[in-house]
Design a protein around this ligand. Structure first.
Ligand code: SF4
Ligand code: SF4
Length: 373
């Protein structure tokens, strides 16, 4: 009997290309945890056979960053297979306890860390012009709402400056990316339905998201998990790039050299943050010769394997220091993870979100004074 993905796995030509780009393999010895190795255990998982500790760990030692998918010459959908393996292991009651706990937090408390929902909008300050009702809604997402509030304030101030008064989603919740990465499709579909129905009930025509993960989940995964959406989803940087191109936002020169910490979900549109930074006269240096290397945090790597996740974060932190004044990021989860890794390793890191840099450039003192930076 054939099992799902069997043909794809058999098509592997053993080239090792996925080994070289995998951040987990970069920081661990002896090629114990390669992407190729992750998919090779599918047959055993389908059969419900016992896995060795390394085999089991390897399934969860992936951020699902997609770097392996991008280089596989025979187009094996490696990240889909990892997701399927996790789905099977969850159904068999064999997933790590932390993965189950975080998934339950999302369902029961609407955020991965079970944060207090009454504090989700603590980022809102009196000077932000937020409409009670609008066709445009702003979604900050969990990491911005709870730990990088300056990103939300910068975004709203830039939108206000461009004449837009967005509404917020008063019942905003986690997008559910972790559920999807963990193969919890039933929970993810239910979550998607509730959130989409709620957003549509508000008459919203466009959601602007600050987080690349939220953007990807709403625009790409919800239609697959539930149905086509009756609203558009845009990442905030796309909105800002358009406004700069049309002369609505007029950046002033910032005297800075930055290395860009690219976000894996938006790795196909890396030109957008670069175009925004260039419009501010910022000099850009490329990390890893322009190749995408994940920050190491997502998809359960950080909670389940903190030491490996921190070592991966250090690849970015160490590589920017001999190139640039600071890192420019556009993913709040990268910032969250790398800040935690630096703390545990006693390292310094200078990093700012591209939206915050843009607000400084367009709004100048007016922004920095009021932003409590
Ligand atoms: S998705 Fe990223 S972390 Fe996972 S196996 Fe592929 S390259 Fe490694
Ligand atoms: S890149 Fe693709 S073909 Fe090459 S070893 Fe990895 S899975 Fe196999």
């Amino acid at each position: 009997m054939m099992y799902r993905f069997q043909e794809e796995i058999y098509s592997c030509i053993d080239c090792g290309k996925c080994w070289d780009v995998c951040p987990v393999n970069m920081v661990t010895d002896g090629n114990r945890f390669t992407p190729q190795g992750k998919i090779a255990t599918l047959a055993k998982i389908v059969a419900g056979e016992e896995l060795t500790k390394d085999e089991m760990d390897n399934i969860y030692l992936s951020t699902r960053c997609g770097a392996c998918d991008d280089v596989c010459p025979v187009k094996i959908p490696i990240t889909d297979i990892i997701q399927y393996e996790r789905e099977l292991l969850a159904k068999q009651g064999r997933e790590p306890a932390k993965t189950t706990a975080i998934s339950n937090n999302i369902i029961e408390h609407n955020s991965p860390g079970a944060k207090d929902p009454s504090k989700r909008f603590d980022w809102i300050t009196d000077d932000l012009d937020i409409a009670e009702s609008s066709e445009i809604a702003y979604m900050a997402g969990c990491w911005v709402s709870y730990s990088q509030q300056e990103v939300a304030r910068a975004t709203i101030r830039l939108l206000n400056h461009a004449g837009i008064r967005p509404m917020i989603l008063k019942e905003e919740k986690c997008c559910g990316l972790f559920l999807i990465d963990s193969g919890h499709f039933g929970q993810a579909a239910e979550h998607a339905k509730k959130f989409v129905d709620y957003i549509e009930s508000l008459g919203v025509k466009k959601v602007i998201a600050s987080c690349p993960g939220c953007y990807l989940v709403l625009s790409h995964d919800y239609p697959e998990l539930y149905r086509e959406l009756n609203f558009e989803v845009e990442h905030s940087l796309n909105v800002f790039k358009d406004m700069i191109d049309k002369g609505i936002l007029k950046p002033e020169k910032l005297d800075l050299t930055v290395a860009v910490r690219d976000a894996c979900p938006l790795r196909e549109t890396k030109d957008v943050p670069r175009s925004i930074l260039t419009s501010m006269g910022v000099e850009i240096k490329e990390l890893f010769d322009g190749k995408q290397v994940c920050c190491g945090g997502p998809a359960g790597l950080k909670p389940n394997f903190p030491d490996i996740a921190n070592d991966i974060a250090m690849l970015t932190v160490q590589s920017y220091k001999d190139k640039a004044d600071m890192l420019a990021s556009y993913c709040p989860f990268c910032v969250h993870h790398m800040s935690g890794a630096c703390e545990s390793k006693g390292e310094e890191m200078k990093i700012k979100d591209v939206s915050v840099l843009l607000a400084e450039s367009v709004l100048g003192d007016h922004f920095t004074k009021r932003n409590n930076l």
